[in-house]
Design a protein around this ligand. Sequence first.
Ligand SMILES: CC(C)(COP(=O)(O)OP(=O)(O)OC[C@H]1O[C@@H](n2cnc3c(N)ncnc32)[C@H](O)[C@@H]1OP(=O)(O)O)[C@@H](O)C(=O)NCCC(=O)NCCS
Length: 138
Amino acid sequence: MKLKIVTDCSEVDWKTISESLKKVSMAYHEPEVHKRAFEASHTTVFIYEDSQLIGFGRAISDGEYQGAIYDVVVLPEVQGKGIGKIIMQTILDRLPNCNLILYANPGMEGFYKGLGFGQMKTGMALFTTPQAMGKFTK
Ligand SMILES: CC(C)(COP(=O)(O)OP(=O)(O)OC[C@H]1O[C@@H](n2cnc3c(N)ncnc32)[C@H](O)[C@@H]1OP(=O)(O)O)[C@@H](O)C(=O)NCCC(=O)NCCS
């Protein structure tokens, strides 16, 4: 498997980002919205096999001491081959001095634990939809 790791947004087909997020049942938006979100992020990672985008991720950050990781995806047909780890390691390498937070999808905690992440005890959040807020313990 010959992979290309790209960390800028210039080659990205944003429709593929939207479709890939949908494919893995993650929140997705219109392609233009993802374009703006990724381009406004501190760190972006895109993994290509030949010319096909097969995985990606991003982090928003001040670049100094705080960051948050979002939209980490590997297409189902190539999961379990170490690509998720490459995406995460590329993000971690670019934010070496930052505390990093993320939301783990249910069942994905082990993936992040393997990279050194631990469960937070004091996390709080204000989300934009009642459905998302409904996931929290009151
Ligand atoms: C989560 C995801 C990014 C992992 O990518 P991947 O390429 O399949 O993972 P990797 O092959 O790089 O796995 C790296 C390590 O994590 C482990 N791992 C992967 N998924 C795991 C899981 N769900 N639970 C526990 N461990 C997991 C692997 O066994 C591997 O362990 P090793 O280093 O000891 O061999 C991918 O499964 C995915 O895109 N899932 C759907 C979208 C999603 O839920 N994204 C996360 C949002 S929070």
